[in-house]
Design a protein around this ligand. Structure first.
Ligand code: IPD
Ligand code: CA
Ligand code: CA
Length: 253
């Protein structure tokens, strides 16, 4: 069906394109899709490269990219965020990533999240485990919410939502030891998969932000639910935990 080594080569090459722009930020063209949502020449170049390469090698699959939209075949498709964490990218920070997922008949069967500035390549194929730079990864063993390090984001503020994440964050932050807002939901979810975070949640994301990371996290032993505890990938309300603190965290969502 797909070749993981070929996909890694393609995604790493896309990372090289992104790094070319990242190393010359003073000449980076940055536009606003909305007052708090950015797109750069790097996003567009990376997405165009991925669409070309994935379509050449896998013409049977459609393509949905954050910046270019959906192709006609949307049953079996690549779901791509060319740069997740564009705001961080545009300011020279390291937490940004390229997220590529393959959806077949409504199920995510392959996911890769590559963070070029960190040189971390996370990937998973359904039922075949999760990997970081070729080594198997798994969620943390931490089982006390009070000792947890959690991650979150504030896409909701980008949409000026009244029902946003601020009250939830303050409630949970007071009951945990560490809190991180690193700037790339795709990387945040992979950090749960890799045991670097014990949980992550965010509202108002899109499928291209979370599809690849959610598969990687599930294959690493994470729970992936909505804020009511329903299992599945719900970009508007995604909660990813190491499983051990799920029952302590869910009532606080
Ligand atoms: C953003 C990042 C960020 C999250 C935002 C997303 P983008 O992706 O994932 O962590 O909080 O809501 O939109 O817009 O840079 O691709
Ligand atoms: Ca994104
Ligand atoms: Ca993006």
């Amino acid at each position: 069906m797909i070749s993981q080594p070929l996909l890694e080569r393609i995604i790493r090459e896309a990372g090289d394109i992104a790094l070319t722009y990242f190393r010359d930020l003073k000449h980076l063209n940055v536009d606003k899709k909305s007052p708090r949502d950015f797109v750069t020449a790097a996003d567009v170049a990376v997405e165009k490269f991925l669409q070309t390469k994935l379509s050449e090698n896998y013409p049977q699959y459609g393509f949905w990219g954050e910046e270019s939209g959906q192709s006609e075949n949307q049953t079996n498709r690549w779901i791509v965020d060319p740069i997740d964490g564009t705001h961080s990218f545009s300011r020279g920070q390291y937490y940004w990533s390229i997220s590529v997922a393959l959806e077949i008949d409504g199920e995510i069967v392959f996911g890769a999240v590559y963070a070029p500035a960190l040189d971390d390549y996370y990937c998973a194929t359904k039922d075949e485990g999760a990997w970081r730079n070729g080594k198997p990864i798994s969620v943390s063993d931490l089982d006390e919410l009070g000792d947890a390090m959690i991650g979150t984001g504030f896409a909701c503020l980008r949409s000026y939502l009244e029902q946003n994440n601020l009250e939830r964050f303050c409630r949970i932050a007071q009951l945990t030891t560490g809190q991180r807002r690193l700037g790339s939901a795709a990387v945040d979810i992979c950090l749960v998969a890799d045991g670097q975070l014990d949980a992550f949640w965010e509202q108002e994301l899109n499928l291209y932000d979370v599809a690849a990371g959610a598969l990687i996290a599930k294959e690493a032993g994470a729970t992936v639910t909505d804020f009511q505890g329903n299992a599945g990938i719900f970009p508007k309300q995604i909660l990813v935990t190491n499983g051990k603190i799920f029952n302590q965290l869910l009532p606080l969502m």
